[in-house]
Design a protein around this ligand. Structure first.
Ligand code: SF4
Ligand code: SF4
Length: 516
């Protein structure tokens, strides 16, 4: 990968004015204003140069064309620059402002994702467990009914019209009684709150049974699990005392998908979501991982790198890898997925789907870890089994390691207003705002990207982070380099797959409304 030009603004005479300090041209000066290149960021990708605007429109040009632009010669590029809103003109700021407000509707309301840790106990032992699971017999790490109800009350107090309650652990199915109570209680309370409610269960599925499945289907609860690739990889890092963790998960994914089909749900939309955690062992299996997901009938695969939280921070020597190796793995796997799409299969990679939606549709899918500012507190809240409240699940994970930096309250004593105005929430909103990040503010990928203060804090000891040294930045940059090169090549089959990867499919079946 050639990084070529430094990530900096152009030469002084083209140095961009920001959207906010660009003077509005008077009508009689519009012709000369139309000839000037406006605010832009740029990045060299091999022999091409990507230009992006403040609001995320973009244009790829050759190096010669870029050199001409630097000399102030727009030539044949003028129409394309105009289309990408990269030229100064009177209406430019309005166009950009409207695009930016369309891109960030999430800034208008409070947290929509509410993660409830119904127990920290787990029946599996994963080498990288980010949650720092407790032993299955340790009942002291179970949530009480009172804590659960108070957590729901706080979730429904959010100003967001859409609320997702996500059950996490440990293994939430070990507290199926509490999970059912939370759903019933939330549905009852929602008669007054009148939110659009969704429920999601994140489970290893090993303690699923027919009765639980029937109840989950009846109550329209989304199910998400972990599949770390083929059995030899999965079972080597996710241990189940009673047998193969992979076999159990695979068995239930098939059963649940079958139940969705029996209920008449569209198999292209309603499937068990599965997530991959990439360890050093996984790197040798990019194609096998994709084949595993295809065999399971999954339509999406999230190629996530290892996080530095929980047990993963202790087992890093066995599990971690240079980020360049992850990016090679990522590219090989995605190229293979594109090949499979070309052959008529349908499978998308989630990172690519998130970035491409921002790049191609001008909308933000509101993935809380890749947005500016990030979702800490203002997009998500995590409720610990003991009633303590954190800015996000990752902040809660750090607390299990003894670091309470991201603790913002307690269900017994905190009001919604106190949580949202907490100094940590405000600090994280500033720390994850890319306009204020020295390197991000100049990066061509700024309109589409995000930084993670919890990751920064854990790996660098600073919330604001040193982006140039951040492994997460390397991942985001490497993936966006790959995607923009693909967009520039514009292979019709790839563009066709990308169009599908950015299509938002309504999942109304999972939505619960007050008058349902
Ligand atoms: S701090 Fe990190 S984990 Fe928490 S919401 Fe922000 S990006 Fe996500
Ligand atoms: S985090 Fe994203 S926006 Fe910031 S420098 Fe890295 S790639 Fe660019």
């Amino acid at each position: 990968m050639s990084l070529g030009l430094p990530l900096s603004l152009g030469p002084a005479r083209h140095r961009a004015k920001t959207l906010y300090d660009a003077p509005m041209a008077s009508p009689d000066s519009s012709e000369s204003a139309a000839r000037a290149l406006g605010f832009h960021r740029f990045r060299q990708l091999d022999d091409r140069v990507l230009l992006t605007s403040q609001e995320g429109s973009w244009l790829m040009v050759s190096q010669d064309e870029f050199a001409s632009l630097q000399r102030g010669e727009l030539g044949k590029l003028e129409a394309r620059l105009l289309e990408a809103n990269l030229l100064e003109r009177p209406e430019r700021a309005d166009v950009a402002a409207s695009a930016l407000s369309k891109r960030r509707p999430f800034l208008s309301y409070g947290p929509n994702l509410h993660i409830m840790i119904v127990t920290l106990r787990c029946n599996e032992t994963c080498a990288y467990c980010h949650a720092s699971r407790a032993a299955e017999s340790d009942l002291s790490s179970d949530m009480s009914f009172e804590t659960a109800e108070r957590s729901v009350d706080l979730a429904l107090a959010s100003t967001s019209p859409d609320i997702t309650i996500e059950f996490q652990g440990g293994e939430p199915l070990l507290r199926f009684d509490l999970l059912k109570h939370i759903v019933d209680y939330a549905l009852e309370k929602n008669q007054q709150a009148k939110k659009t409610l969704e429920f999601a269960l994140v489970s290893n599925l090993a303690t699923m049974d027919d009765e639980k499945l029937e109840w989950l289907c009846e109550h329209r609860i989304q199910v998400c699990t972990s599949v770390d690739g083929p059995a030899e990889v999965h079972d080597a890092q996710r241990k189940l005392v009673s047998g193969s963790a992979h076999a159990e998960t695979v068995k239930w994914i098939k059963r649940i998908n079958g139940a969705y089909e029996e209920a008449g749900l569209d198999p292209n939309t309603y499937r068990v979501e599965a997530l991959l955690t990439t360890t050093k062992r996984t790197l040798a299996y990019p194609r096998e991982v994709v084949d595993t997901y295809l065999e399971l009938g999954c339509r999406a695969l999230f190629l996530r790198p290892l996080d530095p939280f929980g047990f993963a921070s202790k087992t890093a020597a066995q599990l971690a890898y240079p980020i360049e190796d992850f990016l090679e793995f990522y590219k090989t796997a995605v190229e293979y997925m594109l090949e499979k799409n070309r052959e008529g299969e349908e499978i998308l990679e989630r990172f690519a789907g998130i970035f491409l939606t921002k790049i191609l549709s001008g909308q933000d899918p509101n993935y809380l870890d890749i947005r500016s500012p990030c979702g800490a507190g203002i997009g998500q809240v995590a409720y610990g089994y003991d009633g303590r409240i954190f800015t996000c699940d990752e902040g809660r994970m750090l607390s299990e390691e003894g670091d309470d930096t991201f603790l913002i309250g307690d269900v017994k004593s905190s009001s919604y207003r106190e949580l949202m105005g907490h100094e940590t929430v405000r600090t994280l909103a500033v720390a994850s705002n890319l306009d204020g990040q020295p390197q991000c503010s100049r990066c061509a990928y700024q309109p589409y990207c995000g930084v993670c203060p919890v990751h920064n804090h854990k790996t660098q000891g600073t919330l604001f982070g040193r982006t140039a040294e951040s492994t997460l930045c390397k991942v985001h940059m490497g993936i966006q380099d790959f995607l923009f090169k693909k967009l520039d090549e514009a292979d019709p089959a790839v563009m066709d797959a990308f169009a599908k990867w950015t299509t938002v499919r309504p999942r109304d079946h999972y939505l619960h409304r007050a008058d349902d």
